[in-house]
Design a protein around this ligand. Structure first.
Ligand code: SF4
Length: 916
């Protein structure tokens, strides 16, 4: 077995991993105990990475050969790399020659390595001559970028992870950290355990597990963060908790802000935010007096039409109290994606150039042109992510889209517009590791990219720490590295345009990185003191200038900021409500966000059945009172309408979601759900400064969906075939149309078989739709028990395996029996003795069986019911009972992602009385 140090490819915590491999096969993964981001810990996603790299999974799900379509909607045919690269280069170049450089759009990803980004950025801005190079980081971090630059002069998070253990107050705002950044949340738990006086404040419209564990939960109304921040500053001023010496010596613009916040009394803010005035006062007091104070924030601030204002007004609080540039203090944005930071460093956004330079700055353009060896760089502003697709959809300004390592047909808002753009674009290239993303259906050319465990390069995490990513195994099939594909297309375009000396003569990833390093010389992120061998030894934070032995832990310790006068800038924006206020027609505020065990569009995490156990199926969550008021049952199908479209989903009761609000996980795209997925609902409106769209708020109407004809089917399928069967079932979604419902998700935790659960519903029977569904579930052959009543639209089929367990089933028409039949199948309970009673259309099983309880611990498959039952036997204070439960069931002892949920159960279920 070989061990290779690398990183987790999911979130911006940037955990170090040790990949175990044998030959060309990844066999295991564990946390790197020496990596300073995680010290050996991994969450539920990171600790199952090796399962996504299992041979049967890879062979089915990965794109392994370049493919092309002769015409849209046609079948894909494999082609040789030379043919694919020639076609990419010649068609892109021809479009530039005919329509100009701005007819090209490159849409990249925060999952790319810094080296990939560097080559694509140079190809777009330096060779082709367009600033239309943007990334899905625009959906994630661009408000944080704009906020840091506006307030501190540079896109540079000033803090590091150690500050979590040094702070005395931690203000978590717009972040469900326990699920979105789990390993960092473990540090917060450690900090609280070591220092019980640590104050944790969470501002979030939902009572998430992060909020439930806080000392103070500010359950504000969506989009009112600026009001809360202004009101906290009002209190800080009123109670003289500001640092006047710091303000006078190191900042500018305070007077305008002081005037602005005068009207934001706690009483006024309480009304606007839906909070108690005294809670705002408490939060401000802790922030200003129980110091040092650290703020941790993420998409709740960023994904907003006032995202930049939310960021700058939070930074205002740190500047006003001097809580920056010292241990345990500062505004610390948690990066969503693993290398959104690296992308920002190389200038991989439409408004940026290498080394934190700006397209809009003439000097910066000249410097970057010199670094790249081109006469000049384009001054025309580039189109940000949503604008790029709008330009392709509306007036055809963008003719070619080269999409790299991202899935815009799932993740961008206003999916109807995005799909129009993909249909209308003359040439769509998709460069991907996975073959079945929603975007793949629109590609003229698919280029297979290497994936996790195969790539070489670097990434930068939230705390500015650069880590080497190393290949443990060779590329699968004919996949190639992203930067290599970009280089090879670039060199073909150079040849066509008669360029003698190539700008892209890189021998390896290190050569690309060295070019990037030079672009940082003299800049705030200067890394001229680093090289690959140093990074091989220890991951390093930037900056690390030439001659320095290690990177800098914290920024602004000298209180000089990256502005022209060295002073940080206060900003005093007025409050703006979300783009779509609730109205009589759309009375519910819908928000989107992460699930604990999934990642983005699930092209990788969706390959592991066990990662579905915690949140098994798509749903819309609403407060139980909302269901009661509307006379809805949990699980009933509802239609969610926004101004842009509608989707049908089961509704679930969740006390975490306040009344008049709803929540849908961001992951559910058309790969898992009929229609265009959750982002069909979300608006394209964006923050004017950061251009980040408002993925956290849409005004919606939710109505009961009257779809009485229901289909529920499930099957255990061999691990060697499940993915193709899933794709066949996904093709069946269309039969139920946009008026109906359809979904398909995997389940199970055994290596040799995967379960698939298919659901659909329509207003009237669709008997013709059933045969292919039965075939995909393996119900077309063997000794299948059947019942059918064609006139009544009823059909039921059951297949038992040799050991008498249920292997597959389908219920169509009356699906009342779905609960117990699905339990029989998923729990592998003996079913043969039921005989034809299995075909009964009854809501209760012929023999009582315990219903399946929600899973809490993914690592050890521990359900809520088992934890609650064990707690009945536990004694002592909550920490003691937690220890007893963990000792008995092992829940929360592996990756720790479920610990907040286990602790909640411990708190909820009282201790048994101690014997006298
Ligand atoms: Fe990966 Fe989890 Fe670490 Fe994020 S917290 S980098 S998802 S292991």
């Amino acid at each position: 077995m070989t061990e290779t140090r690398s990183t987790c490819p999911y979130c911006g915590v940037g955990c170090g991993v040790i990949i175990e491999s044998a030959g060309a096969q990844i066999t295991g993964v564990r946390g790197d105990p020496e990596h300073p981001a995680n010290f050996g810990r991994l969450c539920s996603k990171g600790s199952t990475l090796h399962l996504t790299a299992a041979p049967l999974v890879q062979q089915q799900a990965r794109l392994q050969q370049p493919m092309r379509r002769a015409q849209r909607g046609g079948a894909l045919q494999s082609v040789e790399w030379n043919v694919a690269l020639d076609e990419a280069a010649s068609r892109l170049a021809a479009i530039v020659e005919r329509d100009g450089a701005d007819a090209i759009g490159l849409y990249l990803s925060g999952q790319l390595l810094t080296e990939d980004y560097q080559v694509f950025n140079k190809l777009g801005k330096g060779l082709i001559g367009t600033n239309n190079v943007d990334t899905n980081s625009r959906l994630c971090m661009s408000s944080a970028v704009a906020g840091y630059k506006a307030s501190l002069g540079a896109d540079a998070p000033p803090c590091n992870y150690e500050d979590i253990g040094l702070a005395r107050t931690i203000f978590i705002t717009g972040s469900h950290m326990a699920w979105a950044h789990p390993v960092l949340y473990r540090r917060l738990e450690d900090a609280k355990a070591a220092n019980p006086s640590l104050k944790v404040i969470v501002a979030d419209p939902r009572r998430t597990e992060t909020a439930a564990m806080a000392d103070l939960h500010l359950q504000l109304l969506p989009g009112t963060d600026v009001v809360l921040h202004h009101a906290m500053l009002h209190v800080l001023l009123w109670e003289d908790l500001v640092d006047r010496a710091f303000i006078a010596a190191h900042t500018s613009g305070f007077e305008a802000l002081r005037d602005r916040v005068r009207e934001f009394t706690p009483a006024h803010a309480a009304k606007v935010c839906g909070l108690k005035a005294e809670d705002i006062v408490t939060a401000a007091r802790w922030f200003g007096s129980h110091t040092p104070t650290l703020s941790l924030y993420c998409q709740g601030l960023n994904q907003s039409t006032s995202g930049t204002d939310k960021n700058t007004t939070l930074i205002n609080l740190h500047l006003a109290t001097g809580q920056i540039g010292k241990p345990g203090a500062g505004p610390f944005s948690l990066t969503g994606q693993p290398n959104a930071m690296g992308g920002r460093e190389v200038g991989g956004l439409a408004n940026l150039l290498p080394g934190h330079r700006d397209v809009a700055n003439t000097e910066h353009r000249a410097e970057a042109a010199k670094l790249w060896g081109v006469p000049e760089l384009p001054a025309r502003p580039g189109k940000a992510a949503v604008e790029m697709f709008q330009a392709a959809a509306a007036d055809g300004q963008i003719k070619a889209l080269w999409i790299v390592c991202t899935n815009p047909a799932q993740s961008l808002p206003d999916q109807a517009m995005v799909r129009r753009a993909l249909e209308r674009a003359e040439f769509v290239i998709l460069q991907e590791a996975y073959r079945a993303t929603a975007t793949a259906a629109y590609a003229d050319l698919l280029l297979p990219a290497t994936g996790w465990g195969e790539k070489e390069g670097t990434v930068t995490n939230s705390e500015r720490r650069i880590t080497r990513v190393r290949a443990a195994v060779p590329p699968l099939g004919n996949a190639r590295h992203d930067w290599v594909i970009a280089r090879d297309v670039a060199q073909r375009i150079e040849a066509r345009w008669g360029r003698a000396a190539s700008l892209f003569a890189y021998a390896d990833a290190e050569a690309v990185w060295n070019e990037h390093r030079e672009a940082t010389r003299g800049r705030d992120l200067d890394i001229t003191g680093l090289n690959y061998p140093m990074l091989d030894a220890v991951p390093q934070q930037w900056p690390c200038r030439e001659g320095e032995a290690e990177g800098r832990q914290r920024l602004y310790e000298d209180h000089r900021f990256e502005t022209a006068d060295g002073r940080a800038r206060f900003h005093a924006p007025a409050w703006k409500a979300p783009a779509e206020p609730r109205s009589a027609a759309y009375p519910v505020s819908l928000s989107t966000g992460r699930l604990r065990d999934q990642w983005h569009g699930m092209s990788r995490s969706g390959l592991v059945g066990r990662l579905f156990a915690h949140s098994p199926e798509p749903c819309v969550q609403m407060h139980p009172q909302e269901l009661e008021r509307r006379h809805w049952r949990a699980g009933e199908l509802v239609r969610v309408h926004s101004r842009r479209g509608s989707i049908v989903l089961p509704v679930q009761a969740d006390e975490a979601v306040p009344p008049a609000q709803a929540f849908i996980a961001m992951h559910w795209g058309s790969e898992y759900l009929g229609g265009l997925g959750v982002n069909a609902l979300m608006p394209p409106n964006a923050c004017p400064q950061s251009k980040q769209p408002e993925l956290k708020h849409a005004a919606v109407r939710i109505e009961r969906a009257v779809l009485p004809w229901q289909v529920v089917g499930a099957a255990w399928l061999p691990a060697s075939a499940w993915f193709d069967q899933r794709e066949l079932l996904r093709e069946r979604f269309a039969a139920f149309g946009s008026a109906g419902y359809a979904s398909c998700v995997p389940f199970g935790r055994e290596p040799e078989r995967i379960g698939l659960l298919f659901r659909a519903a329509s207003a009237a029977p669709l008997p013709d739709a059933l045969t292919p569904i039965e075939a995909a579930l393996g119900l077309h052959e063997g000794a299948v028990l059947r019942y059918a009543d064609a006139r009544a639209g009823q059909r039921r089929a059951m297949l038992l395996s040799d050991d008498g367990a249920l292997q597959a089933f389908l219920l169509a028409g009356d699906a009342q029996a779905q609960g117990w039949v699905l339990d029989l199948l998923q729990q592998g309970l003996p079913a043969a003795a039921f005989g034809r009673a299995l075909l009964a259309a009854s809501a209760s099983a012929p023999q009582a069986a315990a219903p399946r309880s929600p899973q809490v611990c993914s690592c050890h498959d521990v359900s809520e019911a088992r934890i609650v039952a064990t707690l009945q036997t536990c004694t002592g204070h909550p920490d003691e009972r937690l220890r007893q439960v963990q000792k008995t069931l092992r829940c929360g002892t592996e990756c720790g992602s479920c610990l907040p949920a286990v602790k909640t159960l411990v708190q909820r279920h009282a201790a048994v009385a101690e014997p006298a």
